[in-house]
Structures are given as structure tokens and as C-alpha cells.
Design a protein around this ligand. Structure first.
Ligand code: APR
Length: 229
């Protein structure tokens, strides 16, 4: 039976594709307070602002491409049973060709009814006020906002608990519950954290190796090592 690899990715894996991270200097949120553009309150206060914010991000996503880090992760599927758990709302893992992807924080290229969250639609153009679901309610971005529950966290925790190898790439690990997934990986599993600015976590996480490198350098190297093993 193949070993299970679980990969948790954050904004850092897409940085070298040209999508800005959230918390870096010049980060995406600059000019916008998070609670204005990514919270249910912000949505209630000013739908136009929120829609425009995500419209810009959606339009930009359509101009960028997966990088060698997204692509290298696909190679692992030849030898391992791989699940990618991503906090990213982009579709770069899909476009690179990963088979099992779980989006914790939603997807930019989908929208949903604000009345019935099971009504989800593919969406590539701008979303504007007046765009309605089939039950007549305003469509909203299919994004998990601050203060909202994270419906995919339970499957993500279950999968993490089965990992033989757990790889974390490009996340500041400050947003919960996603940041806690690393602690669901079994103590005996081998763990890797690839991030140029990784904090010293090794004391609290057993078997963790920190690789302080950018994703496009660190990920292909780690994948090669795991494929040669
Ligand atoms: N390669 C790898 N990592 C990188 C690179 C790179 N080229 N450039 C930056 N990073 C790292 C940064 O050092 C940082 O630790 O990526 C991380 C990005 O952190 P954040 O901007 O906080 O993004 P993320 O952890 O994905 O945010 C989590 O917060 O705003 C919410 O819902 C949003 O999913 C998001 C969540």
C-alpha cells in the first residue's frame, strides 16, 4: 500500500506565480481592512466593495499560471497517496494536475447563493449586485470569511490524522483552524515545513524539518528526495 502524504498549502506556494500573500509587506489586504472585505459584517455593510475586491482577484487569477512547486507536487502521486489541503482560493493546484484537493477557505472561481449554501456555481466573470441564484437571492463569493465556520475542516483533520508524511508549504500558520492541522498529524509521521520565513516550531512539533526556502526551490528538491527514497 502506498504511503499517505498530506500537503497543507498557503498563499506562499502561489506567491511566485504572481499572487500576493496576505500578510507580507505590500500584501493583498493593503488598503483594505480584512473585516471590510472578508467578513459577513463587511458584506452586509458594502456588497459593492466586497464584490469588487473579489472581482479583481478573480480577474488576476485568470492571468497567472501554476509554478514549479504546484507542478512538483503532482509527481508525488506516482509513488504516494497524496491529498492537498489548501487554504488558497486559487485553482493553481487543479491546473497543475493534482488529483485530490480540499479547499478549506473556498474557491475564487465559484460563487454561491447567500440563502442556500448548497447552491454553488462555477464563475469566471465579474460578480455584481443583482446576480441571483435560482432561488432569487444575491450570489456571493464562495469564500470562507473570517467569523464563518470552515465546513471542510473535519475531513481535513481526518485526513491529516492518517498522514505518514505531512508537508506544509508557504503559510504563516496564524489562521485557525487550518493552522492546527499540523498537530493532527501522528507524532511518528515525518513532517516538513517549507517557507523562507518559517518560525521556530520544531520544539512543539515532533519529527519536523524546517526548510527555509522559497516554494519553487524547496518543493522540487523535497519531492525529488521523497521520490528517490
Ligand atoms: N515560497 C514559500 N513561502 C512563501 C513565499 C515563497 N515564495 N513567499 C512568502 N511565503 C510565505 C511567507 O513567509 C508566509 O509565511 O508564505 C506565507 C504566507 O502567509 P499568509 O500571507 O499569512 O498566508 P496564509 O498563511 O495562506 O493565510 C492563511 O488567512 O487571510 C486568510 O483565508 C486567508 O487562507 C488565508 C489564511
Amino acid at each position: 500500500m502506498k504511503q499517505k502524504i498530506v500537503i497543507l498549502t498557503g498563499a506562499g506556494i502561489s506567491a511566485e506565480s504572481g499572487i500576493q500573500t496576505f500578510r507580507g509587506a505590500g500584501g493583498l489586504w493593503e488598503g483594505h481592512r480584512i473585516e471590510d472585505v472578508a467578513s459577513p459584517d463587511g458584506w452586509r455593510r458594502d456588497k459593492e466593495l466586497v464584490l469588487n475586491f473579489y472581482n479583481l482577484r478573480r480577474a488576476q487569477l485568470l492571468t497567472v499560471k501554476p509554478n514549479t512547486a504546484h507542478e512538483a507536487l503532482v509527481d508525488l502521486e506516482k509513488n504516494y497517496d497524496v491529498t492537498v489541503i489548501t487554504q488558497n482560493v486559487d485553482d493553481l493546484h487543479e491546473r497543475a494536475g493534482s488529483s485530490n484537493i480540499l479547499h478549506l477557505h473556498g474557491e475564487l472561481l465559484k460563487v454561491r447563493s447567500s440563502l442556500d449554501e448548497s447552491l454553488v456555481y462555477e464563475w469566471r466573470k465579474d460578480l455584481v449586485t443583482g446576480d441571483k441564484c435560482e432561488r432569487g437571492s444575491q450570489l456571493r463569493p464562495h469564500i470562507v470569511w473570517f467569523g464563518e465556520t470552515v465546513p471542510m475542516i473535519e475531513p481535513a483533520q481526518r485526513i491529516s490524522a492518517e498522514a505518514d508524511i505531512f508537508i506544509v508549504i508557504g503559510t504563516s500558520l496564524v489562521v485557525y483552524p487550518a493552522a492546527g492541522l499540523l498537530h493532527f498529524a501522528p507524532d511518528h509521521s515525518r513532517k516538513f515545513l517549507i517557507d523562507p520565513h518559517a518560525d521556530e516550531l520544531s520544539a512543539s512539533v515532533p519529527n519536523l524539518r524546517i526548510i527555509r526556502a522559497s516554494a519553487t526551490k524547496g518543493v522540487p528538491e523535497l519531492v525529488k528526495m521523497l521520490m528517490d527514497a
